[in-house]
Structure formats: structure tokens, C-alpha cells
Design a binder for this molecule. Sequence first.
Ligand code: PMP
Length: 309
Amino acid sequence: PINASKYIWKNGQLVDWEKATVHVLSHALHYGSSVFEGIRVYETPGGPAAFRLPEHVDRLFDSARIHRIPMPFDRDTLLSACREAVMVNGLESAYLRPIVFRGYGGLGLVPGPDVETDVVVAAVSWGKYLGEEAMEQGVDVAVSSWNRPAPNTIPTLAKAGGNYISGTLISSEAKRHGYGEGIALSADGLISEGAGENLFVVRDGKLITPPVASSILSGITRDSILCLAADLGIEVREQAMPREMLYLADELFFTGTAAEITPIRSVDGIPVRCGGRGPITEALQQRFFGLFDHSTPDTHGWLDHFRQS
Ligand code: PMP
């Protein structure tokens, strides 16, 4: 269930939650022609603070560019819409969901000039995506029978609505079989990512994650972990990996705005070597979550405080 808030930012105005609706013949509903973001706003000692907001807004513009969706608002307007959606609803922590989509005006695949672009920013309160317990114990996952889209089919670097028909197949298959999440391989059989999370392997003290060429979304949490690991003096590599590396890992974890840093406990019924959450995963979690209670210094300037304290 969604935790409704009072207002939603829509095309430059604040509208009541119940009135933020679209027509059933909107282009995006039929063809998946939306691009969106998921951004977390954390409660901090200095008030609500968004994590890497400019990077998320930039990725939204990149996604629109890939799909040639004209953006009717500029970057600064989107940044302040995000801020406004949190503040007007009086939220101390939130999940922000900006979405840009082809709206009403035609049923052709290629939208004519009459099909408008709608821009919406919603802010809702939201807890742990894969569960509180998973943050300590880890989740049990399975390799999916569904692959990620091959390069030159559907661009995975765009965070587009249509891509999530793939993510839904991967995740629902895993859950149907009793797992917490599914991991997909790329079309050439290499490790790609989770349904809505990037994936990290720890082996012999090194941190390895698939490169962007492995049909992944270039996650902002992924990038943050690469930075935080380097700060901790951990060797990091972006490297293509075969499936069996999942069975040989000392530690495994997912990253994502929703999943944050979620340890993986087993893959296809094979326990990870450390048996649950490993020491490198825990150190990275501590460093990451420390940003929000200010026990980790924000040396990279990732937090945007919404209120002056
Ligand atoms: N991969 C996919 C397919 C996703 O949907 C997400 C969530 N946005 C991620 C990876 C993680 O990206 P981020 O860390 O930017 O949330």
C-alpha cells in the first residue's frame, strides 16, 4: 500500500493527491513511454535531506534524452519540485518519485505534436524495501530464468517505465518460488543485476560489480558504494562475471535507492561463504547509513538539507 501524502507536484502546480490522475488513453500507459526516478530523503539531525538529488535529476534528463521525450521543465525546476513535494507534505523522510511521461493525445506508437509530456513529482513515506530483517540477515535469492534485455533492444541505462516489465517478471518469479529477489543474467549469460538493484560480489577482500555494458542501470547507490569502498581502502573493480561467481563469493549484496545496501544470504540455495552479512558489507552499511545520522562525514557532498538548521 502507498502512504498517501497531501499534495503532488504536477506540471508546475501542487494538486491534491486524489486529483493527480491521468487519462486512460495516455501514451505511457499503453507503451511504457515514461522515465522516472526514485530518490530517498532521509531524516537527519539537520532535518530532511535528499541523497544525491542532482545526480538523480540528471539521470532523469538522460533517460528522457535516450527516449527522445521532450522535457518541458528545466533542471532547476525539477530540483525545486522535489524539494517542494517533501516540504509541502511536512515529511521528515520520504521516497520521491519524479516521473516524466507521454500523456494524452494519440494512440500511434510515434507520438505526434498533440501528445503532451507530463511531469509529476510525488513524495511518500516508505520503509525498508526488502525488509528490516534482511538488512542484518540477508536475503535468499535465485538466478532468474528471465534474462535482462540484450544491448540494442531496450536501453537499460534509461530508467524507463517499459523496462520494468522485465524487472517485474524477474522479481515475481523469484517470489513465487519463495525467494526474496531474483538476479538476472545478461543476454550473453553474464551476471547483470537484481530486478531493481545493482549487485556486488566480495571475493578475496576485493569488491567486484558488473560494468555498465552488462545490461544494468547505472545505479547511484552503486556509484556511492564504489566511492565509499575506495574511501575505506577496499580495492574495487567493475568487471564482467560468469554466473558461478555468485556461488564462489565470500560476500554478496544488493544496492539501490529502495534496497539501500541489502546483504544476500544465499543464491539458488547455496549459502554465501560468510554465511550471511559479511564484514565488508557491514562496514559499507555503517559508512552509508552513518551519512544520515551524521556519524559519517559527508565528504562527497551527497546530502541536500531541505531546512536550514
Ligand atoms: N537497477 C535497476 C533495474 C533499478 O531499478 C534500480 C533502482 N533505481 C537500480 C539498479 C539501483 O539504482 P539506484 O541506486 O540509482 O537506485
